[in-house]
Design a protein around this ligand. Structure first.
Ligand SMILES: [Zn+2]
Length: 130
């Protein structure tokens, strides 16, 4: 499998960093009455830990829930960049086209698998629309 050129990875990292910052600002603003949640969202050391999962399901504020879901996706994407698996479809293991990644840096599936996933998970209409 071809890995992405470093140049593209750098661009995508920058996009992810910027988006992450924007999201944290949003979350902090939306959560001004929810200090505990804001704290968790900004300080959780492990993007896969259960605090994050609880956070996104417990929240009755849908806007924050969406942001947190996207934040988790961003942190996963960054991990994938670090471990070299970024840009590979998690379902079919094909390379995701760079145009798609530039438009949607948190995409974890190619367009075809994403469609299949959305059809088979119609109820999971939360979070980023990829
Ligand atoms: Zn795929």
């Amino acid at each position: 499998m071809d890995s992405l050129p470093q140049e593209d990875l750098d661009k995508i990292s920058a996009l992810l960093d910027q988006r992450e910052k924007d999201l944290l600002v949003d979350i902090n603003r939306e959560a001004n009455q929810r200090d505990d949640y804001a704290q968790l969202a900004t300080e959780a050391p492990d993007p896969g830990d259960s605090a994050f999962a609880d956070l996104s399901t417990d929240l009755d504020n849908a806007a924050i829930g969406r942001d947190v879901v996207e934040l988790r996706a961003i942190r996963r994407a960054k991990e994938h960049i670090e471990n070299g698996s970024y840009g590979t479809c998690m379902d079919c293991s094909e390379a995701i086209p760079i145009e798609r990644l530039m438009a949607q840096p948190i995409a974890e599936r190619c367009a075809r698998c994403q469609q299949i996933f959305e059809k088979s998970h119609p109820a999971s209409g939360r979070g980023a629309s990829l």
